[in-house]
Design a binder for this molecule. Structure first.
Ligand SMILES: [Zn+2]
Length: 276
């Protein structure tokens, strides 16, 4: 797979972050559980406000991530993620954040995008895929939360379509596919397999052979990559973090592995001001 290893792990203070190997003009990272204040089962750097963790700890965790990336935490833009296929395009941030300082969700959606520099977009996950998008030529960014539902519904592809509608060329868009639950840990039933078969011609490439229970291993990241290729994003532009959330218990949250009682990692992206 082209570009597979083009990402890096980086320690910033006590935090451990993953970053795509992208040109300057954008700040981006996938957080891990390392370096935060939350206690078990949310330890340590839980970024999710809705999981039952102490909110003051979550806000401090968010501040730590912002500080590690030299961002202001009071301008995070987040959405109430609902496994849907809606993308919200946001303006300057100040005009839409109802609770400055908390980074509270502004509405239901699973994709965020902007053409404004200085606006940090953040999506959260604990098994679901987290993807980042960057067009350095015409200057727009995006972030997507897509588990099997968002992926079968084509949310990553929809982001490319919306970039193109606004003037991007697909061949200029860089896409980072972050960690999500891997085929090693994700047997799915007939309903999910059928949903992919109905919608996508590549479904047999992302579904393993049936196991003894008739379940098939789903490779969500591969499905995301194949639908991006269908949208004319060159393979060389796609970087995939080959990490399974369920296998990487020391660094990543996994909803399945931890039976729902766990925190959330985040994917964060912000366009910087032009140098010129
Ligand atoms: Zn795994």
């Amino acid at each position: 797979m082209a570009g597979k290893k083009m990402w890096k792990k980086k320690s910033v203070r006590s935090l451990v972050l993953y970053q795509f190997d992208w040109p300057c003009g954008v700040v981006q990272a996938i957080s891990t559980r390392k370096g935060g204040l939350s206690e078990p089962p949310f330890d340590e750097l839980n970024l999710g406000c809705h999981v039952g963790d102490d909110l003051e700890r979550v806000y401090e965790n968010r501040r730590r991530l912002s500080a590690a990336l030299n961002l202001k935490s009071d301008r995070w833009i987040t959405v109430n993620q609902v496994h849907g296929d809606r993308i919200l395009w946001v303006g300057t941030g100040e005009d839409i954040d109802p609770a400055p300082g908390k980074g509270l969700p502004i509405m239901e959606a699973d994709g965020l995008a902007t053409e404004q520099p200085g606006v940090p977009l953040v999506v959260f996950g604990a098994d679901c895929g987290l993807l980042l998008f960057f067009d350095s030529k015409t200057r727009r960014i995006g972030a997507v939360h897509a588990g099997w539902r968002g992926t079968v519904n084509g949310l990553p592809q929809r982001m490319i379509e919306q970039f193109v509608e606004r003037g991007s060329r697909a061949e200029d868009i860089l896409v980072g596919i972050g960690p999500c639950i891997g085929p090693c840990c994700y047997p799915v039933g007939e309903e999910v397999a059928e949903a992919f078969k109905t919608k996508w011609s590549f479904s047999e490439e992302v579904l393993g052979p049936p196991n003894e229970e008739g379940k098939r291993a789903l490779d969500i990241k591969a499905a995301q990559r194949l639908q991006l290729l269908q949208a004319n994003v060159p393979d060389v532009n796609i970087q995939t973090m080959d990490l399974c959330t369920s296998c990487q218990s020391a660094e990543l949250y996994s909803y399945r592995r931890d039976s729902g009682k766990t925190g959330r990692q985040g994917a964060i992206i912000m366009m910087t001001e032009r140098a010129d």
